[in-house]
Design a protein around this ligand. Structure first.
Ligand SMILES: NC(=O)c1ccc[n+]([C@@H]2O[C@H](COP(=O)([O-])OP(=O)(O)OC[C@H]3O[C@@H](n4cnc5c(N)ncnc54)[C@H](OP(=O)(O)O)[C@@H]3O)[C@@H](O)[C@H]2O)c1
Length: 361
């Protein structure tokens, strides 16, 4: 790309915002020029505003340390400085809906990590390897918003990334019933063990709103593009329990599945290994070369060994075997703040850029 696109990060001081800052350091297409957060941080330098809250294991990039933090709510002022924004603010759902639409209406594309617009009928919710064609609904959205280049695109919840890619890879066998239990890392709540000591040696069997997202969002991702709305798939039926476990990064899922046409184990593994999509074909900068890896060892995937597979952008599957009640069962793992949050959004933005939806203003 001749000239990098100018990027703003809404919620730049938070956990996901920091992950965006880290992932975008030296990005070949995008340059972070604007950081925005709450009025509490506005006016400070990024370094001052984050203070002791830097949660990444790599140091804060020099290029952002002295950027002045803007107020997310000053939409026109922020929008004037950028070609598009990533959104990772923590506000109420209604506030997020309104502010993301306000940005889109300034002709600034919004690629969001938030859940607020995931069920807005004409907002695409995309895992680029699975349903990049859903970006086609953006034309209808722009018509509704009255914009020419402004729109909102979102990525799905972090919990679904450990099993939904398998359901997509196995589409031709007709997955019809899925029972999943997720074992979710504390960084998914924006926390480390320092600020959530109660999680050390503990398990909490409740994550607000997570089970509904884990059951419903895969159906939207596996859905089709209608005239002015994404049409949700009607299969598989998914039931899910979501459990918080004492792990810093990495959501694991233990999954049972029934198929319309029962395949062999070898067929299932072959489909996982050959599954690829637009990011691989277009060689997008953040695309994992091999999206899904299958580990034959009986004790994989393991968080410590596999969470950073393909720089946190790949998915690891293991323990695929026949079951006595269901056709098959398996275990999946993905990085919740990389593939499941900021990294997934960066890949969406790369796909949107490659397809011409995001360009210089
Ligand atoms: N953590 C994850 O893995 C994950 C995964 C998927 C989705 N999410 C979602 O992503 C969003 C951000 O999560 P997070 O973990 O990064 O949260 P976080 O660490 O609490 O950060 C929140 C960010 O939003 C800003 N903010 C808070 N209140 C605001 C207000 N009233 N007006 C403007 N900005 C405000 C904060 O600015 P200040 O620093 O100035 O307060 C900060 O930059 C949430 O909606 C969360 O549900 C998180």
């Amino acid at each position: 790309m001749e000239q990098k696109l100018r990027v703003g990060i809404l919620g730049a001081t938070g956990m996901v915002g920091q992950r965006f800052i880290s992932l975008l350091e030296d990005h070949p297409w995008f340059e972070v020029v604007t950081v925005a957060a709450s009025p509490r941080s506005a006016g400070k330098t990024y370094e001052e505003a984050v203070g002791g809250r830097w949660k990444m294991t790599t140091p804060m990039p020099e290029a952002v340390k002295n950027l002045a933090v803007l107020n997310v709510n000053e939409v026109e002022k922020v929008a004037a400085t950028v070609d598009f924004v990533f959104s990772a603010v923590d506000m109420t759902k209604d506030e997020i809906k309104a502010i993301e639409e306000a940005y889109a209406k300034t002709e600034t594309p919004v690629v969001s990590n938030n859940s607020a617009h995931r069920w807005t009928p004409d907002v695409p919710m995309v895992v680029p390897e699975i349903n990049v064609e859903h970006f086609g609904i953006i034309d209808a959205q722009k018509k509704r918003l009255g914009t020419t280049r402004g729109f909102i695109a979102v990525k799905p919840n972090c919990s679904i990334q450990s099993y939904t890619p398998c359901l997509a890879a196995w589409k031709e066998f007709g997955p019809k019933e899925v029972v999943a239990t997720t074992y979710q890392a504390i960084s998914g709540a924006g926390k480390t063990f320092q600020d959530w000591p109660e999680m050390v040696e503990n398990i909490i069997p409740y994550i607000g709103g997570e089970e509904e997202k884990s059951e419903q969002e895969p159906l939207r991702v596996l859905g089709t593009v209608g005239e002015d709305a994404i049409i949700k798939a009607d299969a598989p039926k998914i039931t899910c329990q979501c459990i918080r476990v004492p792990v810093l990064n990495g959501h694991t899922a233990a999954v049972f599945v029934n198929f319309e046409k029962k395949p062999t184990k070898e067929q299932l593994i072959e489909k996982l290994l050959s599954f690829k999509g637009f990011p691989q074909e277009a060689e997008l900068p953040s695309a994992p070369k091999q999206f899904i890896q299958y580990r034959e060892e009986c004790d994989r995937p393991q968080v410590k060994m596999d969470v950073d597979y393909e720089n946190g952008m790949g998915v690891t599957i293991g323990r695929l075997r026949e079951d006595s009640m269901f056709d098959f069962k398996f275990v999946g793992l993905s990085h919740n703040t990389v593939r499941g949050a900021a990294g997934g959004a960066v890949l969406c933005a790369e796909a949107l850029t490659a397809k011409g939806y995001i360009a210089k203003k």
